[in-house]
Design a protein around this ligand. Structure first.
Ligand code: ZN
Length: 489
């Protein structure tokens, strides 16, 4: 009896020590949020909003098929920029890449400082013809209704282009002279990979041996009520973005009449491969950007969440389990597997000789195109299946530091413009033009100073894209302030 009592007592002591350990970590899991004095919001002239509206009206669409590319619209957009921003046009040096992408250089007075590169893209995704009637306002009308500006590109990404141009024009008017050189980089084909725009610009910068202190592009934003158990708005700064590869799997087999099918058909073989891939997802991990996200937002959460996040090494599988529940959360913790195309068969009574499927993978930092492809081959383990890489591939980006000058300047600028916003690093699950600048800077950040919530998050690339005028105005203030904060010291 005595021994049992002793064992029970020892167990109890261990549990108490364990609880104390958890609580100790939780209490020491302190907020990382920094407080800065807000800067007074200067008045934005109505002409700025009108300029934004004009920019939306110019249909700089990157079409699905190259043949539909309307060069006149891009020429008009350049004309519009020249006429609207005469100081930018005359004072900054401008280089053109493949006719429609631009790099402006605003040379600083102190050439010992590494330059910064502020990016946005000029093109927008098409508006699908059959969906036009579902738009409440003309997608290329640039209409302003109840303090909201409507149209394709208001969020993605003309707010970046016009926000930058307005802020630089404004700074030039005040005779501001940067110590640090500032580049403005505007690609015209981001939505179709950025090869003729950002990639060409990056190649030029590389040839010029430009090494940037930091790069800022789109990709993160201020999210509202999108993170469970956090009431406050959260500015998510993309410190990395996932990679991209599509693999085409195909099978050639004997066909025949469907009245006498063989044991396995081409469709069976491919379906089986997809099932194997779906039943064996890539492992869930907490990658560095998400680790940073937890470190910065965990302390702002209610006690139970805080306890889990404060002890994340013990609760890693609990945490990834929480993320895995939703598609958007799952994308943050693993390389995702998404069959997107399946082709086979022509007639209901004929067994096809050929079947093919395309599977799209979004690669988490830590894995590579090679490791993903190898894992797929190993899992499928079937010589009858040919595996071919798609044309567009992209490795996951490097993970940028959260202690760099660039990150800190971003954090400060966000807090100065949006005083109540929490700031955290993040993993961008889509792709941006900034991935082409991997060799130009170690510090690449993805952030737009606009608010996204359940009401508008599906609108870019989708229906009824629109942006509150106040978000556009704050974007001008944000770029104005980040240039001041980073270019003067
Ligand atoms: Zn975009």
């Amino acid at each position: 009896m005595k021994i049992i009592k002793k064992i029970l007592l020892a167990g109890l002591v261990l549990i108490v020590i364990f609880i104390i350990y958890l609580l100790f970590n939780t209490l020491n899991f302190k907020s990382t949020q920094l407080k800065y004095e807000p800067v007074a919001a200067f008045k934005i002239k109505s002409t700025s909003v009108e300029n934004f509206s004009k920019a939306i009206k110019i249909k700089t669409v990157s079409p699905e098929n190259e043949i539909d590319f309307d060069s006149l619209q891009f020429q008009n957009f350049e004309k519009f920029l020249i006429e609207t921003y005469p100081l930018v046009d005359s004072i900054l040096e401008k280089k053109t890449f493949n006719s429609f992408s631009f790099l402006y250089k605003w040379t600083g007075s102190d050439l010992s400082l590494k330059p910064i590169i502020l990016m946005a893209h000029l093109d927008v995704v098409p508006v699908i013809e059959e969906n036009i009637s579902d738009w409440k306002h003309n997608p290329f009308g640039g209409e302003i209704i109840n303090d909201t500006i409507w149209g394709r590109g208001t969020i993605d990404d003309k707010v970046g282009v016009i926000g930058l141009m307005e802020s630089v024009e404004l700074l030039l008017k005040t005779d501001f002279k940067p110590a640090r050189t500032i580049y403005l980089s505007f690609g015209h084909d981001e939505e179709i990979g950025g090869v003729n725009g950002a990639k060409a610009i990056a190649q030029y910068l590389k040839n010029e041996k430009v090494e940037a202190e930091f790069v800022l592009d789109e990709g993160g934003s201020i999210v509202q009520h999108m993170i469970p158990d956090i009431e406050k708005d959260v500015a998510l700064i993309g410190v990395a973005e996932k990679g991209f590869i599509s693999l085409e799997l195909s099978v050639k087999m004997e066909g025949g009449h469907s009245s006498m099918p063989e044991k396995e058909t081409a469709i069976d073989v491919l379906s089986n491969a997809i099932v194997k891939l779906k039943q064996n997802p890539f492992p869930a991990i907490i990658s560095p950007p998400i680790d940073g996200f937890i470190e910065n937002l965990g302390p702002e959460m209610p006690f139970v969440n805080k306890l889990v996040f404060a002890n994340k090494s013990l609760f890693e599988s609990v945490i990834t389990g929480i993320y895995e529940k939703s598609g958007s959360g799952n994308a943050l913790v693993r390389t995702t597997t998404a069959p997107t195309i399946f082709n086979s068969g022509v007639k209901d009574n004929v067994i096809p000789q050929f079947a093919s499927t395309t599977i799209n993978f979004r690669i988490i930092p830590g894995e590579t195109i090679a490791s993903v492809t190898q894992r797929v081959k190993d899992l499928i383990h079937d010589d009858r299946i040919m595996i071919k890489k798609g044309d567009f591939i992209s490795e996951p980006s490097n993970v940028s530091s959260t202690s760099s000058f660039g990150y800190k300047t971003l954090q400060r600028t966000i807090s100065e413009i949006y005083p109540d916003v929490l700031v955290a690093p993040y993993l961008v699950v889509g792709g941006t033009d900034s991935r082409h600048l991997n060799e130009i800077s170690d510090n690449i950040y993805r952030f737009s100073a606009i608010k996204l919530n359940k009401g508008n998050i599906k609108s870019f690339h989708g229906l009824n894209e629109k942006l509150p005028v106040s978000d556009f105005e704050n974007s001008i203030r944000f770029y104005y302030q980040i240039i001041k904060n980073s270019a003067t010291n």
